[in-house]
Write a protein that binds this ligand. Structure first.
Ligand code: ATP
Length: 319
């Protein structure tokens, strides 16, 4: 193996640049040449590929977004399209790849491995919805962005004795909501992984008002419903001075936290080690603070295990 490629695919996440840097620097240190593939699988097929020098990845570790851009390119599920990608790999002499993205991207990476080009996947998504990893690259930054917004909303909620329903991202995964909810002292956290009873939410709000609490923050995962819908439902059970806020795509941007940069750096270097050991079709994760790898095929039949103890903790600490 002499040359490796690297791409970011699917939704972007803070820390992807730190991962690109780690893959490139580790590979170059090991005597390999590294090629960046722009726009994920679309760029692979189009041959939008360039050599990455060590200087190219200086001054990127602190930047959000992805210097390699990202794209959705469902056409890559078709074999003739995959073969066009393989032709580009041959043209550039790339023997193996690192693909940073979500589980859709892992399907593409696995197809390349099956064609004889080892590919290792790194979990890059703010949603934290990838199986066999406790954390994904970008999650911690997104939680901190959501938390910053919640802290600010608390200031205004307290001044006006209001209840804010704050909708956070995460698609069908409630991890951002749970982490931001516990860290932000939420009075309630609503996630897709757990049933909720709107009457109980209203009862809790009423009793906290009676105890003298002047405001409340309810953190709602987007996978449940929108903040406006939830506030609408809740408003039927009492006058809670409700305001609905959707934090939105700001959670996808910004300079990655130290935790995301370190995670991305560790995972990037580990991916190169796996490729150098002749491995492919593996997804990198971190479990109990240890780097791990699992067959991508195992991930496709599994679900991310959220730390649901945080859900209970948020509720226990709300009183
Ligand atoms: P995110 O979780 O942020 O959405 P993702 O990697 O799951 O990230 P997808 O849009 O599902 O995002 O997939 C990214 C890309 O991976 C697709 O645009 C496509 O190019 C490729 N891909 C997805 N599914 C397949 C598949 N079954 N076979 C080949 N390639 C695929």
């Amino acid at each position: 193996m002499k040359r490796i490629g690297i791409m970011t695919s699917g939704g972007d996440a803070p820390g992807m640049n730190a991962a690109v840097r780690a893959v490139a620097r580790k590979a170059i240190t090991e005597g390999l040449e590294v090629f960046g593939i722009n726009y994920g699988f679309a760029g692979l097929v189009a041959g939008d590929i360039f050599q990455i020098t060590p200087a190219e990845v200086s001054d990127v570790i602190q930047r959000g977004g992805t210097m390699l851009y990202s794209a959705r390119y469902p056409e890559f599920a078709q074999e003739p399209v995959q073969l066009k990608g393989i032709a580009q790999l041959n043209k550039f002499g790339i023997d193996a790849l690192v693909v940073i993205g979500g589980d859709g991207s892992y399907h593409g990476a696995l197809r390349l491995t099956e064609h004889g080009y080892n590919a290792i996947g790194l979990p890059g998504t703010i949603d934290n919805d990838i199986p066999y990893t406790d954390f994904t690259i970008g999650f911690d930054t997104a939680v901190n962005t959501a938390l910053d917004a919640i802290d600010k909303l608390r200031d205004t909620a307290a001044s006006h004795e209001r209840t804010f329903v704050v909708e956070v991202m995460g698609r069908n995964c409630g991890d951002i909501a749970m982490w931001a909810g516990v860290a932000g002292g939420a009075s309630d956290v609503i996630i897709p992984e757990h049933d909720y009873d709107i009457e109980k939410v209203a009862d809790r709000l009423r009793s906290s008002r009676q105890r003298g609490e002047k405001h409340a923050i309810i953190v709602l995962a987007e996978g449940v419903m929108t903040a406006a819908e939830f506030a609408d439902k809740l408003g039927k059970y009492g006058d809670f001075q409700l305001r609905a806020t959707t934090i939105g795509h700001v959670q996808r941007g910004g300079s990655p936290t130290a935790k995301d940069r370190v995670l991305a750096s560790e995972m990037g270097a580990y991916a190169v080690e796996l490729l150098m050991a002749g491995k492919g079709g593996l997804a990198v994760g971190i479990q109990n603070n240890k780097l791990v790898n699992h067959a991508m095929t195992d991930l496709f039949n599994s679900k991310h295990e959220s730390q649901l103890s945080l859900y209970k903790l948020a509720s226990d600490l709300a009183y």
